[in-house]
Design a protein around this ligand. Sequence first.
Ligand SMILES: Nc1ncnc2c1ncn2[C@@H]1O[C@H](COP(=O)(O)OP(=O)(O)OP(=O)(O)O)[C@@H](O)[C@H]1O
Ligand SMILES: [Mg+2]
Length: 581
Amino acid sequence: MLCVKLIIKFYQFVGKYKVRLGVFLFISTIAVVLETISPYWLKRMLVASELGNYSEVKIFLGLFGASLVMGNLVSAWALYLSDRILVPLSKEIRETVFQKVLELDFAYHVDKNTGSLISAFRRGDSAVFTLFFNLHNELYRVLINLLVTVYFLSTVSWGIAGILVTIFMMNLGLITWLVNKNLKTRTEFNQVEDEISGVITDGMINYETVKYFAAEKKERHRLKDKFIIWSVKLFKFGDSFRLMDVIIGTTSGLGIVLMLWMTVNQLDNGLSNGDMIMVAGFVTGFYYQFFNLFFRVRDIAKCLTDLQKYLGILDNEVIVKDPKRPVKIDKIKGKVEFMNIGFVYPKNKERVLDKINLNIKEGEQVAFVGRSGAGKTTLVKLLIRFYDPSEGTIKVGGINIKKINKSDLRKLMGVVPQEPILFNNTIKFNLSYGKPEATMEEIQIVAKRANILEFIEKLPKSWETEVGERGIKLSGGQKQRLAIARALLSDPKILIFDEATSSLDSESEKMIQEALKEVSKSRTVIIIAHRFSTIRDADKIVVLSNGNIVEVGKHDQLIKEKGIYEKLWTLQSKGKNIEEN
Ligand SMILES: Nc1ncnc2c1ncn2[C@@H]1O[C@H](COP(=O)(O)OP(=O)(O)OP(=O)(O)O)[C@@H](O)[C@H]1O
Ligand SMILES: [Mg+2]
C-alpha cells in the first residue's frame, strides 16, 4: 500500500513529462525489439544455408548485423531522451521538497535533525534517478524482451513459451517475497545511516563546544558506537542479497535447462535445427533477463525505501495555516491585543502561558520583563505566528492574526531575536535580507542607527565581509547590532527586540537606546529586556511570572508598588543579574 502511494506520488512528478516519456518509451520499444530478435535472424540464416540459398544467408546475416547495430544506436537515442526527463525531474522534486521544508512550521524545525534530513535528501535524490532508470529503461526492457521472446517461442512451441511465462511469473513471486524481506533490512539500515549523519552534523555545528570541553575523542566514540550498529545492519542488508542470488539463480537456471530439454526432446517430433538454434538463442538470452528483472526489482524496492522519507516530507501538514480568505492589511495600525491567551508547546504538557490579557496601543513602547523561562519569548512567537495559541485570540490593528496571511503579518514586524543567526554570506547580504532591493543609502542609514556603520566601513572588505557560518566571525554585540539594522531596514509597523541589548557594551547600548527612541516615534515597539536600564522610559512595563502577567505599569509606578519588578530592579541596581535570583 505504502509502495503504491509512493509510486503514485512519484508519477505525479513524472506526469509533467508525459509527452517526452511517451516518445522515449516508443523509441525504447524499437531498440529492445531490434536487440532481442537476433536469434530469429540466426534461424533464418541456418534454414537458408541448409537449403543452399547462400545469397539469402548473406541477406539475413546483414539483417542480423543491422539489428545489433541499429538496436545499439536506437538504445543510445532512447537513453539520451531519458536524460532529458530525468535531469529536470530530479531538479523539480528537489526544489519542491526543499520548498516544503521551508514552508513547514517552526515546530517542525524545532524537532527536525538537520543531519538526518540532509542524508534523507541525498539518498532520496539518488533514488529518483535509479527508480526512473529501473522502471523505464530496465524493467520496461525486460517486459518487451519477454513479449518478443514469447512471441517467437510460440511460433515453435506453445509448451516452451508457456514454461517461460510460468518460470517468469514464479520468479516474480519469489522476487517480491525476497525483496520484501530485503526492504525491512534496508529501512533499518537507513535509520542508522541517518543517525550517523545526525551525529556528524551535530559535531560539526557544535565544534565550539567540542573544543571547549576537549571532547574530540568523545565525539569520535559517539560515532564509533553508531558504526557498530551500522555494520551489523549493513551486513544484514548485504546477506539478504546473497540469499536472493542463490534462490533466483537456481530457479532460473533450472527453468532454462527444462526449456532446453523440452526443445531437444521435440527434435524427434519434426523440430528443425533452425528452430532449435532460435529457441536456444532466445531462452539463453532471456536467462540474463531473469537476473536483470531480479536486480531491477531489488533496486526499485531499495529506491522506494529511500524515497519514503524524502517524498514523505511532502506529507507533513502545515499546522499554523494561512486563512482561506485572508484579510488585506495595507493600512493596518500597529495596535496589538492579547486576549485571554493560553499556550502549551506541541507535544508538551506544561502550560507556558495562561490567561494573558494585554493591550498595546499604536505607537506605544512596551517592555516585557520577568525571570528566565517566564514566557516572554513565547509570547512574541505567538504574535508572529510561529505557533497558534492553545486558547484565546491575538489581534493586530483590530484584526485576528489568524485572518492575515503569515507572510503579510510577518512583514509588519521587524524582529531582533534573542540569539540572532546570520547566513554564511556577506554583511550586505545579511543586512538587506528582508529588503534585497534596498539602496546603499537606506542600508547605511539603518546601520548608523544600529551603531554598526563605523565598524562595517572600517573592515578591509567592508560590506562584502563574509560573516561565517551562523555569523561566527562577528562578536555577539556586532551580530545583535547587525540584526537590529536588518529589522529596521524594512521599516516595520511593529518592532520586536528580544534581549536586543543583552550583548551590547554600555556605550553601544546607550546609542541603541537613543536610536530606539527615535524609531519608536512612528511605530509600536515591544522590548524584552533583562537590563532594566533599557526600558526605564517605556510607556508600559509588563511583568511576566510563570506564564501570567503579574504587574503592568510605568517604571515609577511599579517601583512604588514594591512587587516583583521592584525586587528585580533593586537587585539589578546592586549590580546583580536577574537570572541569579
Ligand atoms: N520549542 C519549545 N518546546 C517546548 N518548550 C519550550 C520551547 N521553547 C521554550 N519552551 C519552554 O517554554 C518556557 C518559556 O520559554 P521562553 O523562551 O518564552 O522564556 P523567556 O521568558 O523568553 O526566558 P528568557 O528570559 O530566558 O529568554 C520555558 O520553560 C521553556 O523551557
Ligand atoms: Mg527569551
